[in-house]
Design a protein around this ligand. Sequence first.
Ligand SMILES: [Fe+2]
Length: 198
Amino acid sequence: MKRDDWFPTPIWHFEVPNYQELNQKLLPAIYNEHQKDNQGLNWSNSLGWHSKDYLHQQPEFQAIVNIAINNALEAGQEMGFDLQRFTMFVANCWAIINPKFASNFLHNHPNSILSGVYYVKASENCGGIFFRDPRDVAHMFMPKIAELTPWTIQKITYKATEGTMIIFPSWLNHGVEVNLSDEDRLCISFNISMSHRA
Ligand SMILES: [Fe+2]
């Protein structure tokens, strides 16, 4: 018997080289943004701070934006996107500070192709990012499950780890668990879009 796996949902994750050095610069840059714009924006954040979404236009965030684009291009290449005629760019980029007890509701990122997150500060129990199986109809009748596999699992959680970047399809519903640590949880999120090559 041959099996074909159609309609898979990829989640890429990797450690950014020299992330300690990068985070040393990003940490004060994010707190600086917070000081300039204490109010922030209200999206998926519960008790946390969400910056304005154009950090990619600021020089302090160029290094992480370039890493995001390069890896999104690799992801697009794997999936078979037309990268001869089109290229990718960061359409929005924002920072989130989740203090103790803050979290992010289940949500997705409309008007975007790939999205991602990079962890600048993440202590133990600061809250993982979880993804829900997007195939709602697959759960109308659940089989009896002997083991969790990519076919039976309904929710997958990735621990927030400093220096790690996660990239996923923008339509994939996700949220962030409550920060149960005593320290702030800082991350940078981004949306990737595509445009015609010049
Ligand atoms: Fe998100």
